[in-house]
Write a protein that binds this ligand. Structure first.
Ligand code: AGP
Length: 608
């Protein structure tokens, strides 16, 4: 939820810390702070609000000289956004500074313990106990103190730590919160995510759970929880640096929407060969695929919505029973998982706490797990038995678009593969599905190029109070995502409803002029949904319909129609979601909202 960075090297640390934090601000943005060793003391500056306030306060870092430091951008969990609660946090004599991402679950117990030893707390945070515990255990050897703290604290953490007595070193440690080390030419860095270090290096180490990294200006070493040195291999990051920048677009969300054709292409193409699906990383034999009795798709938010779509596709095309589950529910309901089941965890970040916990629950029960993940080397990617990457590149806007689209096509590919292996579709049918899939990028491009029509429509609804999204089957799954997109970035109340359910309660909310977005991409359900639209318009609703080209009967029922190109009925989500994304985006812009960093949210939800 928060972002951390650290730097030690030949250059001034503060500007590098601020620059790194600016790439991590998507992770949290209610306050920020940096600590820099000035040759004598560790000096800290913090500021409530966006990073810009901290940059102004420190004159872009110029008022904080020194070549070693750590920084933090916060998304409040324990304690309101305030200077006191912003990181870094100090021990009592300000000789140890700590930045933290994650949650120390037993912090109240630790706080009580430390209070009994005359430690006083200046903040409401769970992080401060780490600073005091380090102080308590520190007897001259930082590694010893860090490992002792690791044995005492429960929960998740990525920590950046500085000791005044060891000014030439930055320490880092993680458990269940992401952390990488960058090996730069003029110095070394730590960060919660790769974009923060890309400007300085492409050579990174992924720190694993319960590993400690020790960085000096010209060396990096690693230790395990027993304080023993371990060897690690670095990885080369081949992302285009522009991929993490706005490249002339007004917002990351807009840029990422426009990247969807490429993302879909990159996720599909390497896995389609000679008219067949080849997913090498799946590592499952045809026999294993045929044995699957049930698939559980587990995820959060938009990733879950792709799972709901995939449920229809797997069941319809491959005739495999599928349960789509919210990870936060799955992990605590003691799910029934059988030997021949497959659990698919979907996650852009690969770090979502509930999804990771659900993965571990599935593994604990001995079931095969597959991660569909965007961030290479992330926790879910590492821990799942198999991983299939969505090649969307870095997604910065909190509201997902391109990762969502990539997840969808990854799931379609799996469905085609499973359907063919299990004899539910012929080779020729599979080839025809793949042809349709390969047309998607161009069709998405076409929809994006018609953005003006949606922009114009969105401008009329920037003051809407409520918006409803309705559809049946896959169209209901699309509605769920359309609704989430709108509410998260525009703060307009919206709900997604299965169209047939409306008259069981929700229709009472329809008033004169209420906007309803109806999705109709499933031909066999047109008539049913059109009847629901009539029920809505006769109660005053204004209906925007998103439907397939050719469904002209809709024009009699709906007030405004957006047509999407023809594709196979299983793949319509990939197209119908585009106008809904654009609609949300332009409503948000029209309302003057912070599109890329909506209030109260963070990109990567690494807490429960
Ligand atoms: C959607 O726009 C949100 N940002 C959110 O629902 C997101 O999809 C969810 O938190 C899951 O994240 P993940 O894919 O990184 O696991």
């Amino acid at each position: 939820m928060c972002g951390i960075v650290g730097y030690i090297g030949k250059s001034q640390a503060a500007p590098i810390l601020l620059d790194g934090l600016s790439k991590l601000e998507y992770r949290g943005y209610d306050s920020a702070g940096i600590a820099v060793y000035d040759g004598e003391h560790i000096r800290v500056q913090k500021s409530v609000g966006r990073l810009k306030a901290l940059s102004e306060l420190t004159h872009d870092g110029a008022t904080m000289p020194g070549t070693a430091g750590i920084g933090h951008t916060r998304w409040a969990t324990h304690g309101a956004p305030s200077n006191e609660n912003a990181h870094p946090h100090f021990n009592r004599d300000e000789t140890i500074a700590v930045v933290h991402n994650g949650i120390i679950e037993n912090y109240l117990k630790m706080k009580k313990y430390l209070a009994g030893k005359e430690y006083h707390f200046a903040s409401d945070t769970d992080t401060e106990v780490v600073a005091h515990l380090l102080d308590y255990y520190y007897k001259g050897d930082p590694i010893e103190a860090i490992t002792k703290v690791m044995h005492r604290v429960e929960g998740s953490y990525a920590l950046g730590i500085m000791f005044r007595e060891h000014p030439g070193i930055v320490y880092a440690v993680r458990k269940d919160s992401p952390l990488i080390v960058g090996h730069g030419k003029d110095g070394n860095l730590i960060a919660s995510d790769v974009p923060a270090v890309l400007k300085y290096t492409r050579n990174v180490y992924f720190i694993q759970n319960e590993e400690i990294a020790v960085l000096s200006e010209d060396s990096i070493s690693f230790y395990n929880v027993d304080g023993e040195e371990i060897q690690k291999e670095s990885s080369a990051i081949d992302w285009d640096i522009n991929a993490a920048e706005k490249a002339g677009y007004e917002h990351f969300m807009l840029k990422e929407m426009y990247e969807q054709p490429k993302t879909v292409r990159d996720t599909l193409n390497p896995r389609i060969r000679d008219g067949a699906v080849v997913i090498e990383e799946l590592g499952m034999t045809d026999e294993e695929i045929s044995r699957i009795e049930k698939i559980h798709i587990v995820a959060c938010g938009s990733a879950y919505h792709t799972g709901v779509t995939a449920k229809y596709v797997f069941e319809g095309m491959a005739r495999i029973p599928v349960e789509a589950d919210l990870a936060s529910e799955f992990r605590y309901r003691n799910p029934i998982l059988r030997e021949n089941d497959l659990v698919i965890i979907i996650s852009q970040s690969g770090e979502t706490a509930d999804s990771l916990a659900a993965l571990r629950e599935a593994k604990r029960k001995g079931v095969q797990t597959l991660g569909i993940v965007n961030v290479v080397g992330s926790s879910i990617a590492r821990e799942a038995d198999k991983v299939m990457y969505t090649w969307a590149g870095p997604e910065i806007a909190v509201a997902t678009t391109k990762a969502y689209s990539a997840q969808l096509v990854a799931e379609y590919l799996l469905a085609v593969k499973f359907a063919q292996v299990r004899g539910e579709i012929t080779e020729a049918e599979a080839a025809s599905y793949l042809k349709d899939l390969q047309k998607l990028p161009e069709q998405i491009e076409m929809l994006l190029s018609n953005k003006e029509r949606i922009q114009h429509f969105a401008n009329r609804y920037i003051s809407a109070r409520d918006v409803f999204f309705v559809g049946r089957g896959i169209d209901y799954a699309i509605s769920m995502e359309g609704s989430l997109k709108l509410k998260e970035i525009s703060y307009i109340h919206s709900e997604a409803y299965a169209a047939g359910e409306l008259k069981h309660g929700t229709i009472s909310l329809i008033e004169e002029g209420t906007l309803v977005a109806a999705v109709l991409t499933q031909e066999e359900l047109y008539k049913k949904t059109i009847s629901n639209i009539v029920e809505l318009t006769s109660r005053g609703a204004f209906v925007l319909a998103v439907t397939n080209t050719g469904n002209t009967q809709i024009e009699k029922a709906a007030d405004y129609v957006i047509y999407i190109p023809q594709t196979n009925r299983w793949f319509t989500n990939s197209l119908a979601i585009i106008p809904l994304q654009l609609f949300s985006y332009y409503v948000s812009v029209g309302r003057g909202c912070d599109v890329d960093k909506p209030r109260n949210l963070a990109k990567s939800v690494t807490v429960e």
